[in-house]
Design a protein around this ligand. Structure first.
Ligand SMILES: [Zn+2]
Length: 561
């Protein structure tokens, strides 16, 4: 699917060369905020006894009009609509092909605030997963990434359309209900059901708006945490939850010290229905139901927590998203690495601090392997404006290469400037959105360095450097008795040159020496005085660059060459 799409683009490019005015590249159309903006949702949902259907629901959407319009076009899936009102008056609408177009009767001007209310019912096709948990008990859990929330809540279904949300969820007694934000109230209704009210007081992306309903076992860890922390798991996972989720407490503390204050009112760690390993819903993370399942025999076990290191990094990844992705949200899908690359790298940073340097190095090596493998068959920039299928953005570029971009920036700027830049980027965009350019500017400000060429090559262009280093050692020119080493660094990758300085370590019998080659073209030649022939030469020994590299052609120069 992807391959044939790229082939089509290459064909378009050929056409473009010959017919420059008649054809243009297809750029993905994003559902950005345009004529109106949702500010707050109040979502009331009543579930039936078996949690297999929404008996009745209503969503009130507080809308701010941005441009003169007569229509508000919500995203809304296939559920049956019972009524639509605008400012309490019945409105006419068209509900077709995933859109709900509401006629405002008269044009609304910029600055107008409207209350739109939609009443509906039925069994959602997607987004709210109505299924049995691993113990066979009924459950209902939201799982919306990337744009599936509109199958159960009418929304503007794009990550940039952030809003606050209140949920009133009515479910049969015996069920526990969790959702984004603070639990305000639990009320028993006449027929024995209970209505749970949760409110999220800061704007969150629509794909992070969820509820979780089921017969969960609920735990609160005894250790102090920086926010109200609780675990919701199927009953049979009860004995495993406290140990299995133990990394959550130091992760929350570490990221709040390193990045900024935790953005939400609480954090619920939930084991339930998700099509992902974990889904980072704001303040209510859902993990796959086999999270605490049998370990694969080859799984490396954390020395700190006694659970697989893969589980530790998964927990840290989803918690890192609370800052990156949830609080600072990618402004377009092309900026997704600001969510996934950050979560991947910050999970690595957690391992570096709380597990070991070795665990971090091996995590980054595995990330490099994945990123390079992805690029073998996909020459696409991280900043991808074309790919139509959003699930295909869950790839080695946005995760592992994005993490490596941050690792390289950290190595280039130094810890002090890097983390200062990250903190000011976070502070400037918390509970809002950010673009790749916002990150570049923040890091330029904290470091005083011009990072345009770096971002251009690593984010907006594709591929990675393939270095080949050859060397010659012998007498220097000019008849002196001095000896010299001539290093030739070639970049063999197709496309543009990488200008990143390349550290090289030379080993001789008297010790080792570090030098820095600074490419300005595909071939870089450097000659240095050296008393004896090196016994070894290594490119990037501390693994600070995402690359392929080989050292070749050990030769001794003839005298006077
Ligand atoms: Zn993620």
């Amino acid at each position: 699917m992807n391959r044939s799409h790229r082939f089509f683009q290459i064909s378009l490019f050929v056409l473009l060369v010959f017919y420059p005015c008649s054809v243009s590249f297809a750029v993905r159309v994003e559902r950005l905020i345009d004529t109106w903006q949702p500010k707050h949702y109040v979502v009331n949902i009543t579930l039936n006894d078996r949690l297999s259907e929404i008996t009745s629901a209503s969503a009130r959407i507080d809308v701010l009009i941005l441009k003169l319009t007569k229509v508000v076009d919500l995203d809304f899936g296939e559920l049956a609509i019972d009524a639509v009102t605008v400012n309490s008056k019945t409105a006419t609408y068209i509900h077709r092909d995933g859109k709900l177009k509401i006629d405002l009767a008269e044009s609304a001007s910029p600055g107008t605030q409207l209350q739109i209310s939609v009443q509906y019912h039925g069994k959602p096709k997607d987004g709210l997963i109505l299924t049995n948990d691993k113990d066979g008990k009924p459950s209902a859990v939201g799982d919306n990434w990337p744009n599936r929330v509109h199958h159960w809540i009418p929304t503007l279904d794009h990550p940039s359309a952030k809003a606050t949300v209140t949920f009133n969820i009515t479910a049969p007694a015996g069920n526990e209900v969790v959702a984004n934000g603070k639990l305000d109230n639990v009320q028993t209704t006449a027929n024995g059901s209970r209505t749970w009210t949760y409110s999220e007081g800061v704007p969150i992306p629509p794909y992070c708006m969820i509820i979780g309903v089921g017969q969960f076992a609920r735990f609160e860890p005894k250790e102090r945490s920086i926010t109200l922390l609780s675990y919701y798991v199927p009953q049979s996972d009860g004995p495993l939850a406290i140990k299995g989720f133990a990394p959550s407490i130091p992760t929350l503390a570490y990221f709040s010290e390193t990045v900024g204050p935790y953005p939400y009112e609480k954090l619920a760690m939930i084991v339930g229905a998700t099509r992902f390993g974990g889904m980072e819903n704001s303040s209510a993370i859902v993990f796959t139901s086999n999270l605490f399942g049998p370990r694969p025999p080859q799984a490396k076990i954390s020395q700190t927590y006694g659970i697989p290191i893969g589980t530790v990094s998964l927990i840290a990844h989803e918690i890192a998203h609370q800052w990156f992705g949830d609080s600072v949200t990618e402004s377009t899908w092309a900026d997704l690495w600001l969510s996934e690359g950050f979560a991947t790298y910050f999970a690595g940073l957690f391992l570096q601090r709380y597990e070991s340097e070795e665990a971090f190095q091996s995590y980054m090596k595995e990330a490099a392997t994945s990123a390079l493998a992805y690029e073998k068959s996909n020459r696409i920039p991280i900043h991808d404006r074309d790919t139509e299928d959003l699930f295909k953005l869950l790839n080695g570029n946005n995760y592992q290469k994005g993490a490596w971009v941050l690792h390289m920036l950290r190595a280039r700027l130094g810890d002090d400037a890097f983390f200062r830049g990250i903190r000011s980027y976070y502070q400037a965009h918390a509970n809002a959105t950010a673009s790749t350019e916002d990150l570049r500017k923040a890091l330029e400000k904290s470091s005083g360095q011009d990072l345009r060429a770096f971002f251009q090559r690593w984010i907006y262009d594709s591929g990675h450097p393939q270095y080949e280093l050859s060397w010659q050692f012998g007498l220097a020119k000019g008849g002196t008795r001095n000896r010299e080493l001539r290093l030739t660094l070639k970049q063999l990758q197709p496309g543009n040159v990488f200008l990143d300085p390349v550290p090289v370590t030379l080993r001789t019998s008297s010790g080792s020496r570090d030098i820095l080659l600074k490419p300005t073209a595909a071939t870089t030649v450097e000659t240095i005085q050296l008393r004896e022939q090196p016994s070894g030469i290594e490119i990037d020994p501390r693994n600070t660059l995402l690359k392929e590299a080989k050292v070749v052609g050990i030769q001794t120069k003839a005298a006077g060459v």
